[in-house]
Write a protein that binds this ligand. Structure first.
Ligand SMILES: *[C@@H]1O[C@H](CO)[C@@H](O)[C@H](O)[C@H]1NC(C)=O
Ligand SMILES: *[C@@H]1O[C@H](CO)[C@@H](O)[C@H](O)[C@H]1NC(C)=O
Ligand SMILES: *[C@@H]1O[C@H](CO)[C@@H](O)[C@H](O)[C@H]1NC(C)=O
Ligand SMILES: *[C@@H]1O[C@H](CO)[C@@H](O)[C@H](O)[C@H]1NC(C)=O
Length: 393
């Protein structure tokens, strides 16, 4: 679907003007930002926040995500605008604008700015509707489908937009794409569901009610590790602090899935980190809600041992995630200190880690990280010993 022609002509003129001005005057930043302002009718700051805010305190996302999602730059935003416009008109406009003098250009920019302020630019809800209409259209190209999904990925970030998604038929459309034959499409769709449900009980419950959880759990076993990682991210976001979601997760054998991920050394390390993060999160939820011991798998010796074994990984970050999971698991009153000691060899694992960290702290590049890890390790060590001393003899 195309945007209204009036808005488009303005956009074309503005994009052309911004590009020409940048060429003539060496990247005048405020002029380029004029082009950016159009795209969502929002403040540039909001937009930038929307693009890179992956709340690290919330569900684990890939901070270092190299997968190109959303408008990562002004360029991709312009690409988006150009993709939604008529290429012939765009060319004409661009060549018209190049004939203008610098003064004429500035005058033109001011005119356009004034016009844009008078005209209401499309709201986020309208932009979401455009993307959903595209997703609903079975004849659009794969490229357009992926682009529509990337637009939604950005648009669902603000909670108000996420709350609107279902009313526009967006959840149904995105969940349908989890069954697309192309892994890239399924990957972005899972990512959207994760983003939209993050810290949002309303959207979590809507997605759970559509029955998307079992499908996402299947995707975790995908041959595409990108797909598996985004599916596990979506699952974590969907069931976080959500009792009903966690019940569903367990009834779908989520515990076995976690165990598979943690014990299988051929699994992508990013998946293992996410699995450990989820284990810690599930244990914390038990503790906070005094549900302790309702979930035997969190106290299962084999399961605990597989978590402790990951502390011997070569990857420091994986070791850290394993330590965090152990800290939460130790706090469950239903877990046995003696299992950690005798069956899992936690004492030995912590000692080995201490020696390794001791060496690392002397190295410039790892020093700070190693010191932080050491203080976490000490904390785990202390919790373990307190727990051990509490055991009635
Ligand atoms: C950049 O653009 C702004 C507004 O369009 C203008 O006031 C300013 O003089 C320009 N700066 C340069 C270096 O051209
Ligand atoms: C998309 O299709 C769904 C049904 O599959 C419908 O409920 C929704 O209104 C449609 N949305 C748009 C914007 O076309
Ligand atoms: C669906 O997409 C095709 C191909 O892009 C387009 O020709 C058609 O107009 C679209 N249909 C609707 C209802 O937007
Ligand atoms: C371990 O993971 C690999 C890669 O994901 C998979 O091919 C293999 O089937 C898994 N092995 C087991 C025993 O689950």
């Amino acid at each position: 679907m195309k945007l209204s022609s009036c808005a488009l002509l303005l956009l074309l003129a503005l994009v052309g003007a911004a590009v020409a001005a940048a060429e003539k005057e060496r990247a005048n930043k405020s002029a380029a930002a004029g082009g950016l302002l159009w795209a969502t009718g929002k403040d540039e700051n909001d937009l930038l926040t929307a693009i890179d805010s992956d709340d690290p305190s919330a569900v684990e996302d890939d901070a270092s995500d190299e997968f190109a999602g959303g408008f990562s730059s002004l360029d991709s935003m312009l690409q988006w605008a150009i993709g939604h416009s008529d290429p012939v008109k765009l060319k004409e406009k661009a060549s018209d604008i190049q004939k203008l003098s610098a003064e004429e250009l500035i005058k033109r920019q001011i005119e356009i700015k004034e016009l844009m302020e008078k005209l209401k630019m499309p709201s986020d809800a309208e932009l979401m509707k455009i993307a959903i209409t595209d997703l609903n259209n079975s004849s659009i190209s794969l490229e357009d489908r992926q682009r529509a999904l990337h637009e939604l990925l950005i648009l669902v970030e603000p909670i108000d937009n996420a709350n609107e998604l279902d009313k526009l038929g967006g959840l149904v459309a995105v969940i349908r794409e989890l069954h697309n034959t192309k892994p890239e499409i399924r990957t972005t769709s899972a990512w959207i569901l994760g983003k939209a449900s993050q810290n949002n009980a309303l959207v979590q419950n809507q997605i759970l009610a559509y029955g998307a959880l079992p499908r996402l759990m299947k995707m975790v076993y995908s041959a595409s590790s990108e797909e598996a990682v985004k599916a596990l991210y979506a699952i974590s976001a969907l069931i976080r602090n959500n009792d009903n979601g966690q019940q569903l997760f367990y009834s779908e054998n989520g515990n076995i899935m976690l165990q598979d991920l943690i014990t299988n050394s051929s699994v992508d390390i990013r998946l293992q980190k996410k699995a450990l993060f989820l284990v810690a999160d599930l244990a914390d939820f038990q503790i906070e809600n005094s549900y302790d011991s309702k979930l035997p798998f969190l106290n299962d010796r084999l399961f605990l041992k597989s978590v402790v074994d990951l502390t011997s990984s070569d990857d420091l970050e994986l070791q850290e995630k394993a330590l965090l999971a152990i800290r939460s698991l130790l706090r469950l009153s239903s877990s046995e200190a003696s299992d950690f000691k005798d069956f899992c060899g936690l004492e030995y694992a912590l000692e080995r880690m201490r020696e390794q960290l001791d060496k690392l702290t002397t190295q410039e590049e790892h020093g700070d990280y190693a010191r932080d890890m050491e203080s976490l390790r000490t904390e785990v060590h202390n919790i373990f010993h307190q727990k051990f001393e509490q055991v009635p003899t």
